[in-house]
Design a protein. Sequence first.
Length: 164
Amino acid sequence: MNTGQSFLSIAALLLLSLTVLKMNNIILANDTVMQDSKLGLLAVSIAASTIEDASKKAFDANTADNGITDVNLLTPPGSLGPGWWENPKTYNDFDDYNNYKTKITNMPSAEFDLACEVYYVIPSNPNKKVNYCTWHKKLSVTVTSKSMKDTIRMSTIYSYWYFR
């Protein structure tokens, strides 16, 4: 083998090495994107499940058994949240989820932190908290994980309607 053939062989091996390295980088990047997508879907599922659970409850502790027609009979904004006797399994109204925080460790791929906040809003500006009782409450759910790049935030507005 002469010098020219040796240089061609070395160049071919270098080109092959660079191609293999580039393919490994592409595969690694795709795996990272797939992992982030999987964790994002799990986080969205957790947030949606929490919203569904809260939406099944009564609008307010004072509306759980009887209907009311006076907004002043609702739980004051500073008292939103569970009673001292309640735990997540016994929540009976929507605003019990206020300040609810938990760590979800039973997922196969990551641990998630869930945080909820409930507050009164008005229809004309549902993104602004108001410091008085209205017929509308907003639940904001935040799901984070050390394994995820993004934070998942979802919210819903629950309104009280009473028909006789």
